[in-house]
Design a binder for this molecule. Structure first.
Ligand SMILES: NC(=O)c1ccc[n+]([C@@H]2O[C@H](COP(=O)([O-])OP(=O)(O)OC[C@H]3O[C@@H](n4cnc5c(N)ncnc54)[C@H](O)[C@@H]3O)[C@@H](O)[C@H]2O)c1
Length: 339
């Protein structure tokens, strides 16, 4: 059914070709909106949005948000920023620029065209937390001069900018603090724990656990996160956040490895490696605020989400070789167990 013109919006998604961004673009198109995907392909390829290119309401603009942009839009989701340590540490100065200059450019655009703007912030702003689970009031414990600081401090500065545009210019802003999210279209070689374990298991390669494996993480399936972002953008103007978005189910890294091994039926051995610096030991969101304000909570259990993600990587690995995959093309691909 055609959407009423009054509710059809022009939506800019920066970082729209990335893992989360591509799912968001897809959902916005499904909801009947016009989508402008802005991406410089720093940590993604056109593959993620290949299926959207022919859509009449989808437009792709290759652009680096550290440079200003002039377009007419109603809403902006700012997702542009490499999210995995491998990518954001490969050019840390560019990472800070993307977070800070990028935010300034998009906030300036939002102010000019009176658009609502949502920032994809991160649980990393809590650093290695002393408070558990993390609530939005907690100010965090972040190393300002470490290898992860370009990301952590860049995101913290972006939150400051968003709040100051609200206070100084009465701009309609929203801040989402996203916790570990996983699902199809994650980059296979970016070192994130879920994609790493699945790709290693499917290839029969050793599963690398950094540290003892007793550190915890909470994993949110991507469709749950997308629902939360849409609800946040649509929430009352008086609600800005920051709001935690993630799955409060906490598991140790070793438990995750064992689950991936059992779901893939892989015989990969587990190999331990030294913990990278400033790696947080515990991570779990308190989502009481999201529940109260957005009437939202995650619905996809870890096992179910992992099966969908394994299915994706299995197809990717068994498909025609892609440059990203050739790097580590190795051994056998065990069969994915049926559900
Ligand atoms: N995936 C997670 O678990 C997670 C957790 C917390 C926060 N986030 C945030 O969500 C957003 C999306 O994360 P993701 O997992 O999809 O990462 P991703 O790396 O897959 O996507 C980021 C996208 O931004 C693009 N990009 C990077 N710098 C840019 C620039 N200067 N100009 C234009 N485009 C640029 C990249 O090419 C990529 O397509 C990021 O801002 C990230 O910090 C993600």
């Amino acid at each position: 059914m055609a959407m009423r013109l009054s509710s059809r919006k022009r939506v800019l998604v920066s970082g729209g070709a990335g893992f989360i961004g591509s799912h968001l673009c897809e959902r916005l198109l499904k909801d009947g909106h016009d989508v402008l995907c802005v991406d410089n392909f720093f940590s993604s390829t056109r593959d993620n949005i290949q299926g959207l290119l022919a859509h009449g309401q989808f437009e792709l603009l290759r652009h680096d948000i550290t440079f200003p942009l002039y377009v007419e839009v109603d809403e902006i989701y700012n997702l542009a920023c490499p999210a995995s340590p491998v990518h954001y540490q490969s050019d840390p100065v560019q990472t800070t620029k993307t977070n800070v200059h990028g935010a300034i450019n998009l906030l300036g655009l939002a102010k000019r065209v009176k658009a609502k703007i949502l920032q994809a912030s991160t649980s990393e702003i809590y650093g290695d937390p002393r408070v558990h689970p993390q609530r939005e009031e907690y100010w965090g414990r972040v190393n300002p001069v470490g290898a992860r600081s370009c990301y952590d401090e860049g995101k913290r500065c972006a939150e400051t900018l968003f709040m100051d545009y609200r206070r100084q210019h009465a701009l309609g802003i929203k801040i989402a603090r996203i916790f570990n999210t996983y699902g199809p279209r994650m980059h296979p070689n970016d070192g994130r724990v879920v994609s790493n374990f699945i790709v290693q298991a499917l290839r029969g390669a050793p599963i690398t656990i950094f540290g003892s494996g007793r550190q915890t993480r909470s994993f949110c399936y991507v469709s749950d996160l997308i629902e939360a972002l849409i609800r946040l953008m649509g929430s009352d103007d008086s609600f800005t956040g920051p709001v935690n978005l993630g799955n409060p189910h906490e598991c140790t890294v070793i438990e995750l490895a064992e689950l991936v091994l059992s779901l893939t039926g892989s015989r990969s051995p587990i190999a331990f490696a030294p913990l990278p610096s400033d790696d947080p030991t515990r991570r779990r969101p308190d989502i009481a605020l999201a529940k109260a304000q957005l009437d939202w909570q995650p619905e996809v259990p870890l096992r179910e989400g992992l099966l969908r993600t394994i299915e994706y990587f299995d197809r990717l690995i068994s498909g025609p070789a892609r440059p990203a995959l050739q790097l580590a093309a190795t051994a056998t691909v065990p069969h994915v167990r049926a559900r």
